[in-house]
Design a protein around this ligand. Structure first.
Ligand code: GLY
Length: 515
């Protein structure tokens, strides 16, 4: 809002040689009225509709352009979300005093015509604060030359980032390719007082050099907790070790917990961060495929209990996620395949395009082809972001991500977390649940066979014997998705479309044991 976006936008466009569009100028040109006249004659609601009608069609053309938006355009969630999905959205910021000083020479800003410009600017910025926070970057304009601001925006546009839009808790998920400097840059922005790194023995053996390169120039105290690798560590005792280490070194509220590892490390570190000093910042750096595509994004944290997996935890969003696909180069093939199970799962319930992408490139993906993997990692994260954006606390559509997890978790628990990797259990669970729900008339016919074939091509197990399913069944009874009203179970109504239905545990048991 009055932060110089038209000037800066034009400068960037000229600098990189692409067209420049200014939506205020276009609206004025189309209507033959100034923005102030339009706003006054239409009223705000109609004015916003005009902006949406202008901006949304622009987004179907993905050729490079710079667009300066009106200050209120991003207050419409559907416009903001579309911009975040298809463009790099940068918010230029300035203090209310600066906005007012600039606006006095820009009398056309309609929202600032009120008699107390400073109070009006404060009100508007406060109302818009949460919408403005949902962007690929906030770039401060005060004390910066137009050249510096333009360079910063161009740098942001050159990164491969996705945004989890959760108001003032929004964060960026950045994809990189052997670039430890990206983590260093993220930490520099967060400016922590100290770092608590949580990692595991396998990750230290394979990836310590990458982390050392990233943290080399980060000039703050670093403390490290190295846990034993695997689900066996996902306990309260390990959380207590992290708490002890943090408190022993006097971590304060400006410290950052850095999760460097797979799903177990990420969930434990996230939970510790959510409880230390009632919550300190957390950066997730996933090193397994499963953590990249699923657990590092979305804020689920916690640990296992003797009664079942992930029964204790919190929703606590990280402040940044840095996904460097180079970590996949040292990931054992079995672990890579396990991560792919979560990608298939989200494609089954949310995107036939991604499902077809997986089917078209299954062998390349299974062999670890870097470009193919990066592409599916990106697709899976984008799908997950949309689910979490719309249902952070899993009251509705986020539960689709539990496809295959009711039976999968039961199989994992029954194998004492050592027989199957989580992704392997999810692959088997998805096949078993889809076959059962097809039998119950809830999932589309043929999908269980389609999913089974894809999992097999990706090198994943797909079957459990009736004995295994029978002995795993008691663990379904402690599933956290169960309530007196029944079990919330994701089904797939057509490829790429899931729904969550409620079934009784007994109904499901009969269908599972028949399949
Ligand atoms: N891993 C499932 C979720 O984040 O909801």
């Amino acid at each position: 809002m009055a932060t110089g976006k038209s000037t800066i936008g034009a400068r960037i466009a000229a600098g990189v040689g692409v067209p420049f569009l200014d939506t205020d100028a276009l609206l004025a040109q189309r209507s033959g009225k100034s923005i102030g006249e339009l706003f006054a004659s239409d009223g705000e609601a109609r004015f916003r509709e005009r902006e949406a009608e202008l901006v949304l069609p622009m987004l179907s053309d993905l050729s490079p352009r710079v667009i300066a938006l009106g200050g209120g355009t991003v207050t419409m969630p559907r416009v903001r979300h579309a911009l975040l999905e298809r463009c790099t959205l940068v918010t230029l910021t300035a203090a209310p005093e600066t906005v007012v000083a600039r606006v006095s020479s820009l009398r056309k800003r309609p929202n600032l015509w009120a008699l107390s410009p400073l109070d009006r600017a404060r009100d508007l910025l406060s109302v818009r604060h949460s919408a403005y926070a949902e962007s690929h970057a906030l770039v401060a304009t005060e004390g910066q030359t137009p050249k510096q601001i333009a360079e910063r925006v161009i740098d942001v546009a050159g990164l491969d980032t996705l945004v989890m839009p959760l108001g003032t808790r929004s964060y960026v998920v950045e994809l990189a390719n052997d670039e430890p400097s990206r983590l260093a840059a993220a930490l520099a922005e967060l400016n922590p007082s100290s770092l608590l790194v949580v990692t595991d023995q396998n990750v230290v053996a394979a990836r310590a050099q990458w982390l050392d390169a990233a943290l080399e120039g980060v000039g703050v105290a670093r403390h490290t907790v190295v846990i034993k690798a695997g689900e066996v560590s996902k306990t309260l005792a390990t959380v207590a070790r992290i708490w002890d280490e943090a408190l022993l070194h006097g971590l304060d509220r400006d410290a950052v917990v850095l999760a460097f590892g797979g799903g177990v490390v990420g969930d434990l570190a996230g939970f510790a961060a959510s409880t230390l000093l009632r919550g300190i910042r957390c950066v997730q750096v996933p090193t397994s495929l499963l953590a990249m595509v699923d657990s590092s994004v979305g804020g689920k944290t916690g640990f296992d209990h003797a009664a079942g997996k992930n029964l204790i935890g919190s929703f606590f969003q990280p402040n940044r996620v840095v996904v460097d696909v180079e970590h996949l180069s040292t990931l054992p093939k079995r672990e890579r395949a396990a991560g792919l199970a979560e990608v298939v799962k989200i494609a089954l319930v949310r995107s036939v395009d991604v499902l077809e992408q997986l089917e078209a490139a299954a062998e390349a993906i299974a062999c670890g082809d870097r470009a193919a993997l990066r592409s599916v990692v990106r697709s899976a994260i984008a799908l997950k972001i949309n689910l979490v954006r719309d249902d952070e606390r899993e009251n509705g559509s986020r539960a689709l991500l539990n496809l295959g997890h009711t039976v999968g978790h039961a199989l994992e628990s029954q194998g004492e977390y050592t027989r199957l990797l989580h992704g392997e259990a999810v692959a088997i669970g998805t096949c078993v649940e889809l076959a059962a729900t097809e039998r119950m008339g809830l999932s589309a016919p043929g999908l269980a066979a389609r999913a089974r074939l894809l999992f097999e091509r990706l090198g994943l197990p797909t079957k459990a014997s009736p004995d295994e399913l029978g002995s795993a069944w008691p663990f379904v009874l402690s599933d956290k998705k169960r309530s007196v009203a029944g079990l919330k179970l994701p089904v797939v109504t057509t490829a790429g479309h899931g729904a969550v239905v409620r079934v009784t545990v007994e109904h499901l048991r009969r269908a599972v044991l028949l399949s």
